[in-house]
Design a protein around this ligand. Structure first.
Ligand code: S3P
Length: 437
């Protein structure tokens, strides 16, 4: 689907942010593995990635129904089968484009008394999987992957799970959650030592479900334990809100209110950075919903200054770096992004896709091995171009926001990739008054 987003004269409005992708996956997986009681998940993200997770849980024997609320938003009804209740699936389990589906469900399939296979699209099957095969194998699971156990398809062929002491080589919530899920069914207490804090939605939700997961600074301890099903109201996804934050801040005439955004401190690095950059951003109506803090975020046209983004804040804004790079392009001064080598193994190599895109639009930007250096210009006039996102939904949406801020628009060849995490993205953009062709 080819889409051209043209320069927009004014941006005004209020946006209801769709459900958080990470929390939607976890709500489905954990409740599928919980004791059998029907629960409902509201404000579930109806994106392709989260439906991959729902479909796989169904193929493993979980009864999941999808109903619509009065606003036609899906309510996911899950009837869990318990920790040991999955059945052998009849065919290969399709993870689509979703790394979270693959890595979290790997923890759930490790050490079962049946065979299962996880596979996905071209982008997913080229993303690193040794990072989960290695700890799960150390726990006793039998797992095989393509190219010497490096890539999916992944074959799970039983094994008996024991606890481990695992020092994480990278700060990754997917690896951490994969091990936590396997550890719930292992013998003994598993310890995971993190190098830095990454998103903690698994720990929060499992605790609320009665699982024995405790945390001491960077260390997490997991005791084998059953879980009770819980209803979940999914907060709005700050990673989706990020596109509107940058649009609202960088556009010369704008004012946007983003409703019900999850502001968990393991996710809200972007707010800290935008404040450092002098952005006009206000956090309003803070409250807690099901153990996760949420708020409305109000943004206005701002004069940005450059900043440095590095160290422990990187995992707290990892998915927002492409859109932050666009903001840095309009900031006064040089912004350096460091220690973000994980960007190279996302849905695309996001250092390369972000830098190539912004450079073609006329931004002074250089890639580095673990980030990028951006020489910002408040008077920047982004040039027209036609681009592919390389199957990466966050790059697609970054390109769309660039179109709004450009002089002659931006054409995106594969606009449909936004459906992976934001199915209403294009509709929301035109509701704001953006010109789309
Ligand atoms: C996610 C964790 C992050 C993030 C991804 C979702 C999750 O990946 O990039 O979009 O839901 O746990 P890593 O944990 O691999 O950094």
């Amino acid at each position: 689907m080819s889409v051209t987003v043209l320069k927009s004269n004014q941006l005004r409005g209020e946006i209801n942010i769709p459900g958080d992708k990470s929390i939607s996956h976890r709500a489905v997986i954990f409740n599928s593995m919980a004791s059998s009681k029907k629960i409902s998940i509201r404000n579930f993200l109806p994106g392709e990635d989260c439906y991959s997770t729902v479909n796989i849980m169904r193929e493993l024997g979980v009864d999941i129904k999808i109903e619509n609320d009065k606003n036609s938003k899906p309510i996911i009804i899950v009837n869990g089968v318990g920790l040991h209740g999955f059945h052998e699936p009849a065919s290969i389990l399709n993870c689509g484009n979703s790394g979270t589906t693959t890595r979290l469900i790997s923890g759930a399939l490790a050490g079962r008394d049946f065979i299962s296979i996880l596979s996905g699209d071209k982008s997913l099957n080229s993303r690193p999987m040794a990072r989960i095969i290695q700890p799960l194998s150390e726990m006793g699971a039998r797992i095989f992957g393509r190219e010497n156990n490096r890539f999916a398809p992944l074959i799970f062929a039983g094994g008996l799970l024991d606890s481990i002491n695992y020092k994480m080589p990278v700060a990754s919530a997917q690896i951490k959650s994969c091990i936590i899920i396997a550890a719930l069914r292992a013998k003994g207490i598993t310890k995971i030592s993190q190098t830095a804090i990454s998103r903690d939605h698994s720990e929060r939700m499992l605790l609320a479900m009665g699982a024995k997961v405790t945390q001491d600074k960077l260390d997490i301890y997991i005791e084998p334990s059953d879980m009770d099903s819980i209803d979940v109201e999914v907060p709005g996804d700050i990673s989706s809100a990020a596109f509107w934050m940058i649009a609202g801040i960088c556009h010369p005439d704008s004012e946007l209110l983003l409703k019900n955004v999850g502001i968990n401190k393991t996710r809200s690095g972007i707010i800290t950075i935008l404040k450092n950059m002098n952005a006009k951003i206000e956090i309003l109506n803070k409250k807690d919903v099901a153990g996760e803090p949420i708020a409305d975020i109000y943004v206005r046209t701002s004069d940005l200054r450059s900043t440095e983004i590095s160290g422990d804040i990187i995992p707290l804004l990892i998915d927002e770096i492409p859109i932050i790079a666009l903001a840095a392009s309009f900031a006064e001064g040089v912004t350096e992004i460091k220690n973000a080598e994980e960007l190279r193994v996302k849905e695309s190599d996001r250092i390369t896709t972000t830098v190539n895109f912004l450079k073609s639009c006329g931004v002074e930007i250089l890639p580095t091995k673990d980030g990028m250096i951006i020489n910002g210009n408040p008077d920047l006039s982004l040039k027209y171009g036609s681009f592919s996102s390389e199957m990466d939904h966050r790059i697609t949406m970054t390109m769309a926001v660039a179109g709004l801020l450009s002089s002659n628009g931006v054409n995106i060849i594969d606009g449909e990739t936004a459906n992976v995490s934001y199915p209403n993205f294009w509709k929301e953009l035109s509701n704001l008054g953006a010109k789309i062709e």
